[in-house]
Ligand binder design. Structure first.
Ligand code: UT7
Length: 336
């Protein structure tokens, strides 16, 4: 029997209509457009409407996928959702999406790995395809970061945006020549002290005090996270390329997590990539956590930057710390 590989056969994205610009933020906190642009690369970000949350954005991303590559939702076997901003602790966002899109035959679950969440979810889903157990899996990366951003704290509120992306994974019977062909995922829990949200979990259940102490907002020690992100993301990407006897020249497009343009630039230098090999859209979205890579993938395809047979590299770093990279040989899109 030929080896089965998981291929990304369809995809979609969604960003809320409302746009929050750097000049809007200048009116809210002590910051400047120049500081945000030069220190992060961000110009604007999308923010949900009142009552809109992670499951609805995901359902909209699925609707975008449906327009591009129609599929009967009842054919879906499994839904995996990467998010750190679920609509609620339970039921899972996967359950809300399953109900919302009418994926009656699917089961599903959420994955929590912050900015690396989409990579973790994609690797999990890939195992189910490769072992032959399931045929069609939706993998979402979706986060409503505005729900945990403190819009009185300039250290963090300028960084984040809201968004969702989805890919459909299917099996390809081509003897393993296309699809997701290697990955490395890593974690170092010692990073727990530098990027977190303390409140609302079992350690600090919600009380008036936790709210007063702003424990339900994201906290980040930016400089420390920056240093780890630069070294770990570049190292894991190189390790993955090396063990596949590839170099930067072999990569058609590098789609990195979009947390800071300076982090991406450092990785790009280390791999000797040219600007045309790199997806950069942080200027328009900010850091959408789990959604950066699937949104970047859709935009790369729409811009004609990914073609059949191309090698695509994903890479991310985030809270935990978690980080990793995935290599894909592009092919087997569903017919639009
Ligand atoms: O996605 C998950 C992983 N997250 C990341 O990868 C993010 C990693 N970290 C970063 O991207 C950067 O560290 C930040 C963008 C968060 C901060 O940039 P930085 O160059 O590390 O700045 P800093 O925190 O060292 O702050 C430099 C100065 C400080 O002022 P002083 O102490 O030098 O007077 C800050 O108070 O910039 C100040 N500052 C700001 N000024 C204007 C911090 N935030 C702002 C702001 N506007 N929004």
């Amino acid at each position: 029997m030929s080896k089965k590989r998981a291929v990304i056969s369809a995809f979609g994205k969604y960003a809320p209509k409302r746009v929050l610009t750097n000049s809007d933020l200048e009116k809210m906190v002590d910051t400047t457009d120049a500081w945000i642009r030069t220190r992060t690369g961000i110009v604007e970000r999308h923010i949900v409407a009142e009552g809109e949350a992670t499951s609805q954005m995901s359902i909209q991303a699925f609707a975008d996928m449906q327009k591009r590559f129609p599929i009967d939702p009842e054919e879906i076997d499994l839904i995996v959702v990467a998010t750190v901003t679920p609509d609620m602790f339970f039921p899972s966002t996967a359950a809300l999406i399953q109900n919302g899109i009418g994926a009656k035959s699917a089961f599903g679950f959420d994955v929590s790995a912050a900015c690396s969440g989409f990579l973790y979810a994609l690797v999990i889903a890939t195992q189910f395809i490769e072992n032959g157990q399931y045929k069609k899996i939706l993998v979402f990366g979706a986060d409503t970061m505005s729900s945990i951003a403190d819009y009185t704290n300039r250290d963090t509120c300028v960084l984040f945006g809201d968004g969702a992306g989805v890919v459909l994974l299917e099996a390809a019977d081509d003897n393993g020549t296309s699809g997701i062909f290697d990955h490395i995922l890593k974690m170092d829990g010692a990073g727990k002290d530098f990027l977190y949200m303390l409140g609302g979990g079992s350690l600090h259940p919600a009380t008036h005090e936790t709210v007063d102490q702003k424990m339900h907002y994201v906290y980040q020690e930016g400089k420390t996270v920056f240093k780890f992100a630069v070294s770990r993301m570049a190292a894991v990407s190189e390790e993955l390329l090396n063990r596949n006897s590839l170099t930067g020249k072999d990569i058609a497009i590098f789609i990195p997590h979009q947390a800071n343009k300076r982090i991406i630039d450092a990785c790009v230098d280390r791999m000797n990539l040219k600007p045309e090999q790199v997806l950069l859209n942080i200027d328009r979205y900010g850091n959408t956590t789990s959604a950066t890579i699937p949104i970047g993938l859709v935009e790369s395809y729409d811009d004609g930057r990914i073609k059949e047979g191309d090698i695509v590299l994903f890479s991310a770093f985030g809270a935990g710390f978690t980080w990793g990279s995935i290599l894909i040989r592009w092919g087997h899109l569903r017919h639009a």
